[in-house]
Design a protein around this ligand. Structure first.
Ligand code: IVH
Length: 693
């Protein structure tokens, strides 16, 4: 029997205090992921729920109020606070003239009505002569921008930053063709500021993700993240190629024409600014609700992402009367749309075997249209997830797209379950090789422990040759599969025994491509230790962890000899990762492979050695532009640093030279010519650093 002790009796106030502190920390972390890393890990809905819960707790306990609480401050996107993101951090920070606030938001129509009541009360409506008008606009889902015009010229473009100061991303903003650069012929206003949302249209988002998939780069989860990642890039040419767009929704400044928000937007539209036509000046609650209902459906046909409707009091005097809280205007509120969801039927659960042997259950469903794409598969994560859903055969399920690209099953519609439906039970044997599955303590996944299980063998090799791993030219996933089927290779060490004579006679190859593959394999022997460690595919050891491990253990022998405690001492390595590393090196097969890789001449040591390879570029500022053949852009950046140089984004008189690939941007070329900056080809550069003779 369980024993109850005094300590089990919880103090409700203490619990609330703990919850409040936890929520503040969680929300800070999620703000950072959303605004700085452009890679959120929870949906907007989940974020808003946590924020609302924190607001409620703080309201109940004013004595716990803290001006630093996330409820009191807007999330910061400032690049500087983020040493992890190397591509950012070089923008000029500028103080906003007017603080850049956020909006109160709600998912409930009732709360919209309550807000309207507060507005009416706040303006003392009965005695007021000016009728109250509410402007409804779409809430565009991108990131906010503030454009400064001085004497008619666009001079600055600031991100929201922390609301007080922002990053000046003007060079990137100038790549957006619909933003006027000069309005001096249309107005003689000395100074005006326009605020709006930078967006990446769906079409461009999909194109970019296709390219990223081919290049084996991580996909953007949604257009907002893609837009925000893009706007913070230090390479305006890349920004131009991505194709950002913008809608403006707020005009600020002294002596502006018009007494209302809508008049000012009309004025800005006449000056040529991109102002959305999807707006309406409403005179009643019903008109507001009509607007919301109309756009909740119609937004699916828009070229850009929207996540709600913004309601603003139209009259500027009334806005002033209502004023602001610390974080939001009282004269505006956002109504957020529910994520689109659909009901569909489960047809079958299938199981995928990953390269590490982990089994992922997948729901195959009757195809259904969701946010513009056909959805017929969704991940079921693991056995526990299936249990939590209580999923049965033939169940009707709700699918949703949250913050991620992959659709999720969020619930089962039990009312439509067949009476005799059987619960889904997780398989006990590998679907590919029949081996009984195993589950390690503390882990959610089942594994196929058979190292000779074909999808694992192929998956490991595909991972090994990938661009971010050994980057073996000419050996893609398809070629690996083919060589495996033909029995030419069974594991990563076999790759180094491939000969041109084995490949050339195969259909679709020939001597030249065989030679290219062999050269690619040869070149991979120079790939540094940290990437080799990532490439060998130890479960949970991703790119970043591999780098940290490689720094802590300068060679593979030291890593192999490390016990769990020594491994955990490395930053970011927890129990799970440490155990996984130990397991990897306990396998005799893996050790045999490592020995063969060592004999083949791979770099199994020497992070320090590769950190600084030479000083041929000592003190030089170098701009990279165009597309390259021998290395990726990221690799060229690393090479520049390894040889003592500095990679900078824009051409100036201080630029030593431009490392130019194909398709170099015309603007850069022109600027380089004007300033007399040397243009260096890829080959010349590789000669300079001694990579080729
Ligand atoms: S007005 C002081 N109008 O939503 C009010 N914001 O959640 C300033 N947004 O930071 C904002 N569409 O980035 C306004 N039509 C619209 C909007 C909009 C999108 C964004 C904006 C803001 C965020 C607040």
């Amino acid at each position: 029997m369980q024993q109850l002790s005094l300590f089990d009796i919880n103090d409700p106030i203490e619990d609330e205090r703990e919850e409040l502190l936890r929520l503040r920390n969680e929300l800070r972390e999620h703000n950072y992921r959303y605004y700085v890393l452009s890679a959120p890990t929870i949906s907007d809905r989940e974020f808003d729920e946590k924020m609302h819960r924190l607001e409620a707790l703080e309201q109940r306990h004013p004595e716990w109020m803290d001006p630093e609480s996330p409820t009191q401050k807007v999330g910061s996107d400032l690049a500087q606070k983020n040493p992890k993101v190397q591509k950012t951090g070089n923008f000029e920070q500028v103080a906003h003239r007017y603080p850049m606030l956020s909006l109160a938001n709600t998912y409930s129509e009732e709360e919209i009505r309550a807000w309207l009541d507060r507005v009416y009360k706040g303006l003392d409506y009965t005695s007021s002569n000016t009728p109250i008008e509410i402007v409804c606009e779409l809430k565009f889902d991108g990131l906010s921008i503030s454009l400064w015009y001085e004497h008619g010229k666009l001079t600055k473009a600031l991100t929201r930053g922390d609301g007080v100061k922002g990053d000046n991303v003007i060079d990137n903003i100038r790549t957006i063709p619909t933003i006027p650069q000069d309005i001096s012929s249309k107005t003689d206003l000395r100074s005006v500021e326009l605020r709006g949302e930078v967006l990446l249209p769906w079409e461009n988002f999909e194109r970019i993700n296709k390219q990223r998939e081919l290049a084996e780069e991580p996909l953007f989860a949604n257009p907002r993240n893609a837009a925000s990642g893009t706007l913070k890039s230090l390479d305006p040419e890349l920004v131009r190629a991505r194709g950002l767009s913008v809608y403006l929704y707020y005009v600020l400044g002294d002596n502006l024409p018009g007494n209302s928000h809508s008049e000012r937007l009309d004025w800005a539209r006449q000056l040529g600014f991109p102002i959305s036509e999807a707006m309406r000046v409403c005179k009643s609650v019903d008109e507001v609700m009509d607007f919301i209902h109309f756009w909740d459906k119609e937004r699916r046909n828009l070229p850009v992402a929207t996540d709600g409707v913004v309601l603003k009091v139209n009259n500027l005097k009334q806005q002033e009367q209502l004023g602001f809280t610390a974080k939001t205007p009282r004269w505006a509120i956002a109504y957020k749309f529910e994520a689109e969801k659909q009901l569909t039927q489960l047809e079958e659960v299938s199981y995928q075997v990953g390269r590490t042997g982990a089994i992922t259950p997948v729901a195959n469903m009757t195809p259904v249209q969701l946010s513009g794409t056909m959805v017929h598969r969704a991940t079921l994560n693991n056995e526990d997830f299936i249990r939590q859903l209580d999923l049965h055969e033939g169940d009707f399920v709700w699918v949703e797209k949250g913050g991620e690209i992959i659709p999720k099953i969020t619930a089962v519609e039990t009312s439509r379950r067949q009476e005799n439906a059987r619960p889904i039970t997780f398989i006990r044997n590998c679907p590919e090789c029949g081996t009984p599955l195993v589950r390690f303590e503390g882990e959610a996944a089942w594994y196929c422990p058979n190292d000779n299980c074909p999808p694992q063998m192929k998956g490991k090799m595909e991972h090994f040759v990938a661009r971010k791993a050994m980057n073996i030219d000419g050996l893609g996933a398809e070629t690996i599969d083919l060589f495996f089927e033909l029995g030419l290779i069974r594991n990563i060490a076999d790759i180094y025994q491939l000969r041109a004579e084995d490949i050339a006679p195969l259909q679709g190859f020939g001597e030249r491509s065989a030679e290219r593959i062999i050269q690619g394999i040869e070149a991979s022997k120079q790939v540094p230790w940290a990437r080799v460690l990532f490439a060998i595919g130890i479960r949970f050891v991703g790119e970043t962890t591999a780098k940290k491990l490689a720094r802590a253990f300068p060679n593979i022998d030291l890593l192999m000899a490390a016990d769990e405690e020594q491994l955990i001492a490395v930053e970011d390595v927890g129990n799970e990762i440490a155990r996984s590393i130990r397991r990897y090196f306990e396998s005799a097969d893996n050790l045999a492979i490592i020995e063969r890789l060592r004999k083949a001449g791979l770099q199994l040591e020497g992070e320090e050695a590769t950190m600084s390879v030479g000083n041929s570029l000592e003190g030089l500022s170098i701009v990279i532009s165009g597309v390259f053949e021998h290395h990726s852009r990221d690799e060229y950046k690393a090479l520049i640093e390894q040889h003592g140089g500095k990679n900078v984004s824009s051409v100036s008189a201080k630029t030593a030279f431009i490392l130019a690939g194909g398709n170099m941007g015309p603007a850069k070329l022109e600027k380089a010519e004007k300033l007399g900056v040397k243009i260096m080809s890829e080959t010349e550069f590789l000669q300079l650093i001694g990579e080729i003779q």
